[in-house]
Write a protein that binds this ligand. Structure first.
Ligand SMILES: [Zn+2]
Length: 178
């Protein structure tokens, strides 16, 4: 869960707390929001509004995960608790897979990039060029049906030899991925 707000607001709050500004990494802040989002019912407990400080078990877990002192975790909560609360109560953000389901098709970018593991021709070592893209579906156990675009690369010099039989050309130049 990445809060939906301008980066400048995060920076402003870091600048307001010097020890956070010097000790938190970007990944710590991101992890902090992910974990407080997941643990929100534990944070709230029987209260109806956001507590002033994090419950000890939650604070200790964050301190252990982020390898930061518990006082820094509580200060992070003090600085970012309202953002964490807004993120929890706000509309859910689409998963990365859903982003590709919605936006990937126009740019032919799939939820998993399928490209050949090599960049030069296995026959002549020439750099592979022209892309051939085949749209497909990847059926997964836990992520549902993913849109994919399987990309094959062709060797340019061979493609220019018209006299070579088309089938042979394909066999020689087509570097299959799957
Ligand atoms: Zn080649």
């Amino acid at each position: 869960m990445i809060p939906n707000l301008p980066a400048a607001q995060i920076l402003e709050r870091l600048l307001a707390h010097e020890s956070l500004y010097h000790n938190l990494r970007y990944s710590d802040i991101q992890r902090f929001f992910e974990l407080t989002y997941r643990l929100w019912p534990e944070i709230l407990g029987t209260d109806t509004s956001r507590p002033l400080s994090l419950p000890a078990p939650v604070c200790d877990l964050l301190a252990s995960v982020l390898q930061l002192d518990t006082s820094l975790i509580q200060l992070t909560w003090h600085a970012f608790g309202d953002i964490a609360e807004a993120a929890y109560n706000g509309p859910p953000q689409p998963s990365v897979d859903n982003i590709f389901r919605i936006h990937g098709r126009t740019q032919k970018l799939g939820a998993e990039p399928l490209r050949p593991p090599i960049t030069s021709c296995l026959k002549c070592q020439h750099g592979l060029g022209k892309e051939s893209i085949v749209e497909g579906r990847l059926y997964t156990l836990h992520r549902g049906i993913l849109p994919i675009f399987s990309k094959s690369l062709y060797c340019r010099p061979y493609q220019q030899l018209d006299e070579i039989d088309e089938e042979l050309l394909t066999a020689l130049n087509h570097v299959p991925w799957n």
